[in-house]
Design a protein around this ligand. Sequence first.
Ligand SMILES: *Cc1c(COP(=O)(O)O)cnc(C)c1O
Length: 422
Amino acid sequence: MSTTNVESFERAQRVMPGGVSSPVRSFGSVGGTPYIVERAEGAHVWDVEGRRYIDYVMSYGPGIVGHAHPDVVAAIRAASERGTSYGAPTLSEIEMAEELVDRVPGLEMVRLVSSGTEATMSAIRLARGATGRSTIVKFAGHYHGHADALLAAGGSGVANQGLSGCDGVTAGAVADTVVVPYNVVPELDETVAALIVEPVPANMGLVPPEPGFVDQLRAACDRSGSLLIFDEVITGFRLARGGATEWFGVTPDIWCFGKVIGGGLPVGAYGANRAVMANIVPLGAVYQAGTLSGNPLATAAGLAQLRLLDSAAYAELEAIATRLADGLQSVFDDAGTAAIVPRVGPLVGLFFTTGQPANFDEAKAAADNGMYPQFFHGMLERGVALAPGPYEVMFPSLAHSAADIDRTISAAAEVATAMESA
Ligand SMILES: *Cc1c(COP(=O)(O)O)cnc(C)c1O
């Protein structure tokens, strides 16, 4: 091999803050040097030293059919030969919008953007424009990307860096953001434009909603005339064919998508019914635009991936996730490790604690007890790549075979035993 992870990461740190393009990748919360990826295929990634890992990061969600799926690669190749961006409408983006609208009951129109952050940022602007109100209510520990107004008490990288707020975000920028504890139905008044929620929170570890909680949010919004925003950047087209709307049988007013809908290329989308979307320029007066929005490579990749995701695929994905979650749980139980492996559909979490955390404070107590970095490095040494931070979840994909899952479980058994005897 021509280079090593250490050598490459030293180069990276000279020219990029922390050596990374997004903070959680820096290994800041687990210590050590990140593996520098050279390529990936199916359920595996290879680093620049030629080491192979079973990958549960999967780009934090987009890789639901596995890396470099032949259909997705072929779609990108074919699209790229027709040009990479035009600044004019394309059939591919129309088909993408149709696909999203077809899958989600109540969703009538979408606007394509280039990331999940853009989707949520635009969604709150839309909610404020549509209601004429200012306040946005969000839950502590829920992550909605890095737009200023939503950077109060976020999960994911915000939690990993130990930031409650964020330098550079002015008091004015978050003055209309109210942060409330999760799994408690908030009181909303007539100043509230929108309540934004991850339908299944997956950026403070996996913290399932209490039974009926999502329905109660819908009712609370109806009482105050506030809009309910589902941030489905993770749950969208992962929980089910129709995302969280189908999973919970609850229809929000505005949806945000990202990750899965881009097949690994930069894409996001937000949408609503026709009346709400009529507020967006050029129909209405809420401005939102993007040079690369609806990019033909991204829509081609996303469509190719979505077309692989039929009901049979969701059943298979859930079976894979169940094998992983149940296997890990019994390994910890056998080793006498205080750990729980929550699962919601295809999403799998991990907390080194005895009871399921129900909110951000409980999730933080479970995540910051020093156990995760040990487990993470033990697994990495055995060729299993988990997210390098305790607030992320595992993303098993359709490419993870029973053998991959079983190798993961036996690696976990070794690591749990070693941790208990240390
Ligand atoms: C990843 C994520 C975002 C932000 O998406 P980016 O594409 O990283 O900007 C927003 N909301 C949730 C729930 C996410 O998991």
